[in-house]
Design a protein around this ligand. Structure first.
Ligand code: HEM
Length: 293
């Protein structure tokens, strides 16, 4: 599998910019071919689209499972809202100025067809920690397994990937007011070294218990690329994940919100809530070049 957007798997960059654009009806290729053809050194970008955009360009670009994100209402009035966007641009680099410049360039290139709706500046926090202080990504797939988990492995969409984005808003004062042992029971891992709690100490409503799940006989695996985002008054997480199947996102979200037979919800949602939600498709390079004119 060589035809995918390689930037998906570029890890450890300090600065990230997540841009979500809205478009009215699209009936042809998007402007931006020149920008796509002139990458900036040490700046990596990933582009993904809604079904509406792909269908407007060429219906053959739409992968079978792609659909707009639908709001989920779970237990205890927990809600994952839908704010479906149309074009998603993720820029990452160790140079914040170049990330900004590239974001501006994409916003200007798309200006005649797409309006910027959501802009999040993400950053690496310490050793890849979420702002709660817990390492995020410990059990993410590694090396070649990342490709198996994230990319469609055959057919005309080979190398493409389903994408989920969600902006989360934390209540850090409430989270940090708990004793460390309590925080660890919310996540399901130790705070300092990210060691998974043993069976005896793992609560059924920890984040790990709600996300480490099996469906149809297999473990539900996704490749996560979230980073902290926001300022001191709106600190949170930009959740970003890639998968070879879209349904895995819904399975995990429903488990977190307690929309499952066991009726158990994720305790992490006591301290943070999603405020946006979208599904996109990051097509392979061949298709990507077809999308821009
Ligand atoms: C504010 C929101 C979230 C925060 C702060 C957060 C944080 C974490 C942390 C600290 C871990 C444990 C370390 C690790 O293995 O990476 C973890 C695991 C995980 N999270 Fe999240 N997460 C959030 C939302 C989500 C969402 C929305 C999903 C999926 C829809 C998700 C899916 C997972 C999965 C699949 C694991 C690995 C479970 C395992 O196999 O051990 N998380 N998350």
């Amino acid at each position: 599998m060589t035809n995918h957007q390689a930037a998906i798997f570029e890890e450890s960059h300090a600065h990230h910019l997540y841009l979500e654009f809205e478009t009215p009806v699209i009936t042809g290729a998007l402007p931006g071919a020149e920008l796509l053809a002139t990458p900036v050194s040490r700046v990596h970008e990933t582009l993904a689209f809604s079904g509406k955009v792909l269908d407007g360009i060429d219906h053959r670009l739409v992968p079978p499972e792609l659909k707009p994100f639908e709001a989920i209402v779970g237990r205890d009035e927990l809600v994952a809202p839908a704010t479906q966007g149309d074009v998603f641009v993720w820029i990452q680099s160790n140079q914040r100025d170049e990330v900004f410049a590239r974001g501006l360039a994409w916003t200007q290139a798309l200006d005649s067809v797409a309006q910027l709706k959501q802009e999040e500046h993400g950053f690496l926090f310490r050793d890849s920690r979420d702002l709660t202080g817990f390492i995020d990504g410990t059990s993410n797939p590694k090396d070649d397994e990342r490709l198996e988990v994230a990319l469609i492995d055959s057919g005309s969409h080979e190398g493409g990937s389903y994408v989920m984005t969600q902006r989360w808003l934390h209540d850090l004062a409430a989270f940090h007011a708990q004793a460390i042992e309590k925080q660890e029971r919310v996540i399901g891992r130790t705070k300092k070294s990210s060691i998974e709690l043993d069976e005896e100490h793992m609560p059924p409503d920890s984040h790990v218990s709600r996300t480490e799940i099996e469906r149809e006989g297999s473990e539900v695996e996704i490749y996560r690329r979230s980073t902290p985002t926001g300022g001191l008054t709106d600190a949170g997480l930009f959740f970003l994940a890639f998968s070879a199947e879209l349904r895995r996102f819904n399975w995990i979200l429903e488990s977190m919100l307690g929309k499952t037979e066991d009726n158990v919800r994720d305790q992490l949602l006591t301290f943070t809530k999603p405020v946006t939600g979208s599904f996109y498709f990051a097509p392979n390079m061949l298709a990507l070049n077809h999308i821009f004119a």
